[in-house]
Design a protein around this ligand. Structure first.
Ligand SMILES: Nc1ncnc2c1ncn2[C@@H]1O[C@H](COP(=O)(O)OP(=O)(O)OP(=O)(O)O)[C@@H](O)[C@H]1O
Length: 341
């Protein structure tokens, strides 16, 4: 494993008296591509701003292991709303190099960066900032970061306002930067599948907490107590999750896809086979399958009514196809309950 480039220890970030980020330990390694997912307001942009040194954490230690250059020359952030200077594309993409005093081969380097993001230099280099579509502006802003050959590239929802073609170009450019210069990339997105294809691992943020390294499942309440230490959550289609050790009515649980197994439905076996002990069994339908990370694994999305569950499968052991009805078995012992105090 490569050495860490960042290490976060006991990070707390507050706005006023509200804690919006709490990360006990997180290491980011050199050359890794890490995804950040999580609902609106879960702290993704805040974490990226801390990693970009735009803000300092309210508490805890954020260690950055520099290569000797000034950290803010090694790290660059592409924000959600790309801010372009009121200049042409050449002026925008070349700006950072000029600031750093790197004027050699300026034209060539700008052209190369444009090619990386799939914009034809001949057509775009003299365009003014107002002559670009939203997706083109986003790609110009990315080219302006890539031209710097950054050691760390932080991307805040780069696919939020772009079409599928631009999203693909952005992904390709990020992978190229990682392969060519060993750039470490941290990228947030609401687009799970885009992230799964791109990233070595994905960190799920919820209410400012990092819920493990990997995609995962949030299991929401409301929970109803139905027995001694046994709680029930009824799903939209009438099936129920019956689970021990739920800490309260509104508790939110977290379980990684490894904790959910997919099984085939045996002849005639239908309905809720919920045992109510350690294994929770539900019946659902496979929506899609995606490669996960660089291992030979797939993540299957299974819908149970309106609830979505992600399950990690090894294609050598389990063969399922989209549209297929399956059983899922959730290992209740692997559910981690969120600290919501
Ligand atoms: N400058 C600020 N002042 C006060 N509160 C802030 C500030 N910036 C962010 N917040 C709050 O911090 C929390 C985390 O916000 P953040 O933008 O990091 O979330 P996010 O996961 O990036 O959300 P989104 O998916 O909507 O972009 C939110 O509750 C937000 O309202």
């Amino acid at each position: 494993m490569e050495k860490p480039i960042y290490r976060l220890e006991g990070i707390r970030h507050r706005y006023g008296n509200r804690t919006v980020l709490r990360i006990d330990v997180l290491e980011i390694h050199k050359g890794e591509i890490i995804g950040l997912v999580g609902p609106n307001g879960s702290g993704k942009s805040t974490l990226l701003r801390l990693l970009a040194f735009i803000e300092n954490p309210s508490a805890g230690r954020l260690l950055y292991f520099s290569e000797g250059r000034k950290p803010h020359f090694e790290v660059t952030l592409l924000t959600q709303e790309p801010y372009l200077l009121k200049r042409d594309v050449f002026g925008n993409v070349g700006y950072g190099l000029r600031v750093r005093g790197e004027r050699a081969n300026l034209q060539r380097r700008v052209e190369e960066a444009l090619e990386w993001v799939g914009l034809d230099p001949a057509a775009f280099i003299r365009r003014k900032w107002y002559e670009l579509s939203g997706g083109e502006a986003q790609r110009v802003a990315l080219a302006a970061r890539l031209v710097l050959r950054p050691r760390v590239l932080l991307l805040d929802e780069p696919t939020a306002n772009v079409d599928a073609e631009s999203a693909r170009r952005i992904q390709e450019a990020a992978i190229k930067a990682q392969e060519r210069w060993g750039t470490t990339i941290v990228v947030s997105s609401h687009d799970w599948w885009w992230l799964l294809n791109l990233c070595d691992r994905v960190v799920h943020l919820f209410e400012g907490q990092a819920l493990g390294s990997g995609v995962g499942n949030l299991i929401f309440g409301p929970w109803k107590k139905i027995g001694d230490n046994l709680w029930k959550r009824t799903l939209s289609n009438g099936q129920a999750i019956i689970c021990p050790n739920v800490p309260g009515e509104n508790a939110i649980g977290w379980i990684e896809p490894e904790g959910i197994r997919i099984g085939l439905i045996e002849n005639g076996k239908k309905g809720d086979a919920n045992s109510g002990t350690r294994v929770i069994e539900l019946q659902g339908r496979v929506a899609n399958l995606a490669a996960y990370g660089k291992k030979n694994h797939l993540v299957a999305t299974v819908w149970v009514g309106e609830e979505r569950f992600l399950s990690l499968i090894n294609p050598e052991d389990t063969v399922v196809v989209p549209g297929q009805e399956v059983c899922i078995s959730i290992d209740a012992g692997r559910i981690r309950w969120l600290d919501r105090n």
